[in-house]
Design a binder for this molecule. Structure first.
Ligand code: ZN
Length: 418
């Protein structure tokens, strides 16, 4: 049966392509001249045919070609109407390439196009079009960010938002060596092979479960991210959060691990938000430290458990005093103790867990940690992959757009603008 169905699909494609060609040929009115980019008039020259790969296979399209005698430029305005300027692929096929290219490696995407749609495209075509669409999305985002900077974004109306959460995290993506030239790796002098993607998740919380634990509004989560500076990312995230209803949220919460850039952004872009350090990261600090302070498993466990209960009770200052007075056996350990004491001191106000619990707030940043995997790792950290910053950012933008359920809107707007 498979041979027959595949052959039938191929035949349907051929018939479909003929029909499509006829339909498209009918739509164009003939005019004697059109305006040339140089400002003069370009006159009708001839009918020209070109081939375009469409969802039903290769179609031939005939459209009017206009030539300008003054500057020598030619144009076919119909190409713009059909959204096939500078490309041999129809909008429908480009959308398919964007979707498969965002989901999986470009080569597997190529194979999926062939298997699922019966369309033969090259790996390079999937890469080029998925990245071009991702880049176009980042261009739209940058326009929005500029409007936000000029305080030009409209207030978004909508239902009341009891609690709005913003979570941030960073995750490394392997890049080609040219992207890390002159940068220091994590271990000092050795060059870094990765660049950090800064990722943000925004979601709302309307209710608590019967035990009083917060419940995330599942469908409310949106993501945004890029390889960029903390300042650029702060503006990106602010724009996203504004569109999600920052101005009408009754309570605002920023959650993250201890990374300094996260709290700088929180202070600068989201003043007035409750700041919470992910409890599980903070606990990990204690367990890692215990591993460095004690050789005997039982002592290590006893110490970590004891101070973890202080942490859970929101008493970071008690931990700081313990660390500052702990007798270090050597200079290296003294350094580690000092760094950890600073960490708990700096974040003490962000560790008032009983207070946060009383307000039924989330105290773990699980949403953004999951996002590091679903948005970034599953597509950009596959073995043997090395990205340019430009390519990685395009695919991240595309994935966020699809995951945020914004792709249909983006695509519809884009066609209208064309
Ligand atoms: Zn001209």
């Amino acid at each position: 049966m498979e041979a027959i169905e595949t052959a039938t699909r191929a035949a349907m494609h051929r018939a479909g392509a003929v029909l499509l060609s006829l339909l498209l040929d009918e739509g164009e009115p003939i005019v004697s001249s059109v305006t040339c980019p140089c400002g003069r008039q370009a006159h009708f020259h001839s009918w020209r045919r070109r081939r375009v790969l469409t969802a039903v296979g290769e179609a031939e399209i005939e459209r009017a070609y206009y030539h300008c005698r003054h500057c020598g430029q030619g144009q076919s305005p119909r190409d713009r109407e059909l959204d096939i300027v500078d490309t041999d692929y129809s909008p429908g096929v480009r959308r398919m390439m964007a979707v498969v290219g965002s989901e999986t490696s470009f080569d597997r995407g190529r194979a999926q196009m062939e298997l699922l749609a019966g369309l033969a495209v090259t790996r390079k075509a999937v890469e080029r079009h998925a990245e071009a669409i991702g880049e176009d999305i980042t261009k739209h985002e940058q326009d929005q960010i500029q409007r936000a900077l000029q305080l030009d974004l409209p207030v978004v109306a909508g239902p009341r938002i009891p609690v709005l959460y913003i979570e941030m995290d960073g995750t490394g993506v392997p890049v080609v060596s040219a992207e890390t030239e002159g940068r220091k790796g994590k271990n000092g002098d050795e060059p870094a092979h990765t660049r950090e993607v800064k990722l943000g998740a925004t979601f709302t919380q309307t209710t608590v479960d019967h035990d009083g634990r917060p419940m995330r509004d599942e469908a409310s989560t949106t993501y945004t991210g890029a390889i960029e500076t903390a300042e650029e990312f702060g503006r990106r995230l602010y724009t996203e959060v504004w569109e999600r209803g920052w101005s009408r949220a009754e309570k605002k919460v920023v959650l993250g691990d201890g990374a300094c850039w996260i709290w700088n952004i929180a202070d600068r872009e989201f003043p007035g938000a409750v700041q919470i350090v992910d409890l599980y990261h903070a606990r990990e600090h204690l367990w890692d430290l215990a591993g460095k302070l004690f050789n005997i498993e039982k002592e290590r466990k006893r110490w970590a458990t004891r101070w973890q209960s202080k942490l859970d009770a929101g008493k970071a200052e008690t931990i700081v005093r313990q660390l500052r007075s702990f007798p270090a056996p050597n200079a290296e350990t003294a350094d580690i103790l000092r760094i950890e004491a600073d960490y708990f001191e700096r974040n003490a106000e962000r560790m008032r867990y009983p207070e946060f619990r009383k307000q039924n707030l989330f105290i773990g940043s699980g949403v953004i940690e999951a996002a590091c995997k679903t948005v970034v790792a599953q597509r950009l950290k596959l073995s043997g992959m090395f990205w340019t910053v430009r390519g990685a950012n395009a695919i991240i933008a595309l994935r966020c757009c699809l995951l945020n359920r914004e792709f249909e809107d983006y695509w519809a707007c884009r066609s209208k603008a064309a």
